[in-house]
Ligand binder design. Structure first.
Ligand code: SIN
Length: 534
């Protein structure tokens, strides 16, 4: 048994920021599935939304967030996160984050933060590091984390489940006391004991066939929390990013919304700017509207993609502002300064998640959820672009503080080790890969941008069968990371489908042909699911 004061699952912005904050008070283990930088954060291009300019205000940021959230945001939460943003950004800069700056005109060379614009924002307020903001965040926070003697980062470690005191016969009120973790290198399952466990495992984009997310985004923390009995809310609200590069060799490459923020325009194959008829903000309308318009344009015309055109901007500007996108597209033979970029929508962000308090605490004592895995009330039915890294920063800080002010008793007594029973080595790995593919295609085809009750019911039936098969396989065979991820995405799929079937209206990111309008009676009503006791 390995004992720590804090166990943080995930090494993106939320996990690392929280680890750094609690490290002053005890020993911290950061568990990460692959290499330490491999997180959703690392791929974030756009940036962090925060009010830092005189032309902007908290009120405007709150208003934009509420408008995107389509009646489901919790206004008190939105307000407090927006107001706390600048203080957390200042700390991030202290940890070494370098945001892009620009020279202030007529100021003798004085500089200020360069602010980008994205869909749904009424002002320029996105702090960024060119178009590789997430990579720069990871660089800065990993350097700070590695310099902190109280933090141990364990790569190639996959959390299986959290350990609950009442399930192992430990005395005292029920609480979370650690986690079972698979070491991918040795194949051994290790027991980690800790009175505070923080889920910072990111989202679940890999549940869909096409996604902007990296391979690690399999909803692990969400599935772990659900199995442990925590409430999960609003999983029907999956955000599809409108512009993922469409190219046979490109896997999950995002074309940042900041490109539209700088004037790029969506066109169909005939060069028609089809967003003009859809929304006053045209190509810079909120994401749900743009993604649906692209979906409908592709279905109407039978085309495989639409196009994003920034060729009217000076080439030097594009290459300087979007060096990563420019270079990556060039590798695929596409010069974005001269030709439009073929794009399609792809699953991008999970707006729902594990229900938390304003401090990131879940209903299970000692268990916190922060970042994309959590549902705090900020995003409502549709996340405003670049609000997620802001939320991750604020909640990492709050969870760290709450864990200090509400200390858990130390863990008394040993925790039983992982029992693998009669499990054998898996005989046919094809079962795992087949079920993975089936779930991802099923979700893309039946639970995508435009839904219907008939398709959702069909998907529900298939997922139930797959779950049964996966469950048998799980008990019969020794756990591997592929099997663990499969078990997790199957649960995530079930939660998305069940939530979508429960919402009898269209709102924000959830659009269904059977209930095409919002129902005022459903405003402010979350879809909450909780596992019935096993
Ligand atoms: C983007 O760069 O378009 C992604 C930003 C976000 O999802 O918030």
């Amino acid at each position: 048994m390995k004992t720590f004061d804090y166990l943080v699952l995930g090494s993106g912005l939320a996990g690392l920021f929280c680890a750094l904050k609690v490290a002053a008070h005890g020993r911290v283990a950061v568990i990460t599935k692959k290499q330490r930088a491999e997180s959703n954060t690392n791929y974030a291009q756009g940036g962090i939304a925060a009010v830092t300019s005189k032309e902007d205000s908290f009120e405007m940021h709150v208003r934009d967030t509420l408008a995107a959230g389509a009646g489901l945001c919790r206004e008190d939460i939105v307000r407090s996160i927006v107001q706390e943003g600048p203080a957390r950004i200042a700390e991030l800069i202290e940890y070494g984050m370098r945001f892009t700056e620009r020279e202030i005109p007529d100021s003798n060379g004085a500089r200020e933060l360069d602010l980008g614009r994205e869909g749904g924002h009424s002002k320029r307020r996105i702090l960024h590091a060119k178009d590789v903001t997430g990579r720069e965040i990871e660089r800065a926070l990993l350097a700070a984390t590695e310099a902190e003697p109280n933090i141990t980062i364990l790569e190639d470690h996959v959390a299986i489940d959290v350990i609950l005191s009442h399930k192992i016969g430990m005395s005292g009120p029920p609480r979370c006391v650690g986690a079972y973790v698979l070491d991918r290198q040795t194949g051994e399952v290790e027991t980690f004991a800790a009175p505070v466990v923080v889920l910072a495992t990111g989202g679940c984009g890999k549940v869909y066939l096409y996604t902007t997310n990296p391979d690690i985004a399999t909803g692990d923390g969400l599935a772990i929390a659900y199995r442990a009995g925590a409430s999960i809310a609003n999983m029907e609200f999956i955000q599809f990013h409108p512009t993922c590069l469409y190219h046979p060799q490109a896997k999950s490459f995002l074309i940042s919304e900041a490109v539209r923020g700088e004037g790029a325009v969506l066109k169909n194959a005939q060069g028609v700017e089809f967003m003009d008829a859809q929304h006053p903000l045209k190509s810079l309308a909120p994401r749900d509207i743009v993604a649906r318009a692209i979906d409908s344009e592709m279905k109407r015309s039978g085309a495989d993609c639409v196009f994003l055109d920034i060729t009217h901007k000076p080439a030097r500007f594009t290459m300087n502002r979007f060096p990563n996108i420019y270079q990556k597209c060039l590798e695929f033979g596409l010069d974005i300064t001269k030709e439009p970029i073929p794009v399609v929508p792809a699953a991008h962000y999970q707006c729902g998640g594990v229900v938390t308090t304003a401090d990131g605490a879940t209903e299970i004592s000692g268990l916190y959820a922060i970042g994309e895995v959590a549902c705090t009330g900020l995003h409502g039915a549709n996340r405003l672009a670049s609000n997620s890294l802001l939320e991750a920063l604020v909640y990492a800080h709050r969870a760290a503080q709450h864990a200090q002010t509400h200390p858990q008793p130390p863990i008394s007594g040993p925790i039983p080790g992982w029992q693998s029973g009669q499990a054998q080595n898996a005989d046919e790995l094809v079962v795992v890969s087949h079920n993975w593919d089936e779930i991802r295609r099923l979700l893309w085809d039946y639970v995508g941008i435009v839904r219907s009750t008939k398709r959702l019911l069909r998907a529900q039936k298939r997922i139930a069968n797959l779950q049964e098969e996966i469950q048998e396989y799980y008990w019969d065979f020794v756990v591997t990371s592929d099997l663990l991820e499969l078990r997790n995405i199957a649960i995530v799929a079930e939660l998305i489908i069940t939530s979508a079937l429960r919402r009898h209206e269209s709102r924000g990111l959830h659009y269904t042909l059977d209930y095409p309008n919002p129902d005022p009676a459903c405003a402010q009503r979350d879809t909450v699911l909780q596992r019935t006791a096993a």
